[in-house]
Design a protein around this ligand. Structure first.
Ligand code: ASP
Length: 543
């Protein structure tokens, strides 16, 4: 069975497990509740007296349900030492006699999403297998820094001259900017026509805003800590390249690797060859490591999706359906129209074959919501399945995974308009242009990790004077949309790579599934069956 099919099965298993056996499952007993800070816990049903000791508690067990005009839930939770200490510090009388570990009871009104029922059994099941997903992610991330560094130095060194690098760099950055702006135009065009923000009822809006305001504040705080544009540019130069490698600062690593590659090309080749060869071999080893780790991919994605699907409730998702649908439609249009044209006309490849060649990377991007973590696999897809040279892919892909996020930009454009519409603000042309500029920069600034686009969206909202509390509205849906936009981000990087390769005069071919299955040296199938020839013979002769 092909690796792609196995990953797909893994994803299916994860989704089904999430729906039926996750914390939000509708078949397991929902005997637990999660409450947000805004939900009041009172001593008796309908009573006024608040249970002070409920502060700091967010999960509890349901012990009784009282139906009436309103459904009341009697809940029980264990007093945590930390919460107790905080209450004592605040001088709460009730905390004086209480002790940590004590069971406390109270009543809450069942109202989604302030109080949300969940299944503790489902949660235990998710926790039981979560480590597989985390292990898989950790393993694949382990390869990112050495792979990017080695392949970029070797790639730049083998480009040979400055002019080629300057040409490739200039074209790539221009291409990234144009496609990002196009993504924003598509997303915002749709949001202006559909106006998803006008579709939510006043009630839903108030409930959502109240229940998530704490989380939105955290996101805004994260965004406020982001440095200015000038600082960001200067910080690309690493004062200590080893520290940059150790911390995984991707732009700094790219900058240093490019500079080192340039320095190597300026040296006589008899002196530089040893370093280039060493890094080249190290790069081969990293590639092999990617294939070893990918053996775990089907299980990893199953565990990752089990958790995401299992913990995401659906009611909030329904309320935000129109907004989500606009984002998804925008992503689909960008994929088929913009990428479709670039791949067909620019790279002169059949779009279907291109998409098939990218499947492992897209599925991984979808399951991990991280274009950075997927980078090693995207690179393998471009080099092995689409025959892009290592020089081009080593330059375009790491840069793309860091700064080129069309999916993120598109989502930010829609989200900014959606939130503005909810607040009843009519944005004029000037403000919409500001969104295009700031979302382009915000998508550049967003790291390729889950939820990064949400953080930089706060900057976009601030630019146009839309209340950042509005982020609260879209938090519930963000995890799900992140999967789709990450997948598009990855496809965008690969599209840029094949286009740039073609502009550099490379003849691209798509590796057929049959050839992939037959040849253990190419593609994703049977790569670990290479036996005693892990190094290609023609490369042997170079040392
Ligand atoms: N998760 C996205 C990515 O890795 C970034 C985002 O949050 O939009 O590409």
């Amino acid at each position: 069975m092909q690796l792609y099919t196995k990953i797909l099965i893994g994803m299916g298993v994860g989704v089904v497990l999430g729906i039926f056996l996750g914390p939000a499952s509708f078949i397991l007993p929902a005997s637990g509740v999660q409450r947000s800070a805004t939900a009041r816990v009172v001593a008796t049903p309908g009573g006024e007296e608040e249970v002070v000791l409920a502060r700091g508690m967010d999960e509890a067990k349901i012990i009784e349900v009282q139906e009436g005009a309103q459904v009341w839930l009697q809940i029980e939770w264990t007093l945590q030492a930390r919460a107790l200490l905080k209450l004592q510090k605040e001088g709460e009388k009730a905390a004086g006699t209480a002790r940590a570990g004590q069971k406390v009871q109270g009543w809450v009104v069942e109202s989604f999403p302030e109080v949300r029922r969940y299944s503790p059994l489902g949660e235990s099941l998710v926790n039981l297998v979560e480590w597989i997903g985390r292990l898989f992610l950790a393993l694949i991330k382990m390869v990112v820094v050495p792979l990017v560094f080695c392949s970029l130095v070797v790639g730049v060194a083998s480009l040979g001259d400055f002019r080629k690098l300057g040409r490739l760099g200039g074209r790539t950055i221009l291409y990234f900017t144009v496609t990002t702006v196009l993504a924003l135009v598509i997303g915002m065009g749709l949001a202006n026509v559909v106006k998803p923000g006008h579709m939510m009822s006043e009630e839903d809006r108030t409930v959502l805003l109240a229940s998530y305001s704490g989380a939105a504040e955290d996101t805004v705080k994260d965004a406020a800590e982001a440095p200015s544009v000038v600082d960001q540019i200067i910080s690309i130069v690493p004062e200590n390249p080893l520290a940059a490698l150790a911390k995984g600062e991707m732009l700094q690593i790219i900058f240093f690797a490019v500079m080192l590659g340039i320095a190597l090309t300026l040296m006589p080749s008899r002196r530089s060859q040893l370093v280039v060869d060493l890094l080249d071999r190290l790069n081969d080893a990293m590639v092999m490591l990617v294939h070893v780790v990918m053996k775990l991919a089907p299980y990893g994605v199953a565990a990752l999706l089990f958790k995401v699907v299992g913990t995401t409730g659906t009611s909030v998702l329904l309320a935000l359906g129109a907004y989500g649908a606009v984002v998804l439609a925008g992503l689909a249009i960008h994929l088929t129209v913009v990428y479709g044209l670039v791949v067909r006309l620019g790279a002169r490849l059949p779009f279907g074959g291109f998409m098939r060649a990218l499947r492992p990377a897209q599925l991984l991007g979808f399951s991990t919501s991280s274009s950075s973590a997927t980078l090693p696999v995207t690179k393998e897809c471009c080099e092995e399945n689409l025959s892009v040279s290592r020089e081009v892919s080593s330059f375009v892909l790491p840069l793309g995974a860091t700064v080129n996020m069309d999916g993120t930009a598109l989502y930010q454009g829609v989200a900014a308009l959606f939130i503005a519409q909810i607040y009843g603000m009519d944005l004029g042309v000037g403000e919409q242009v500001t969104i295009v500029v700031s979302a382009t920069l915000a998508s550049v600034g967003a790291a390729g990790v889950p939820g990064a686009g949400m953080v930089t969206l706060a900057m976009v909202l601030t630019q146009i004077g839309v209340p950042t509390e509005g982020l609260a509205l879209i938090l519930g849906l963000d995890r799900l949309l992140d999967m789709f936009r990450s997948s598009l981000n990855i496809t965008g990087d690969a599209t840029a790579t094949v286009f740039m390769a073609r502009l550099e005069g490379e003849a691209l071919t798509i590796l057929s599934p049959e050839k992939d299955a037959m040849d253990p040296e190419h593609g994703f199938e049977h790569r670990l069956d290479g036996g005693e020839h892990p190094v290609k013979p023609e490369e042997d002769s170079s040392c």
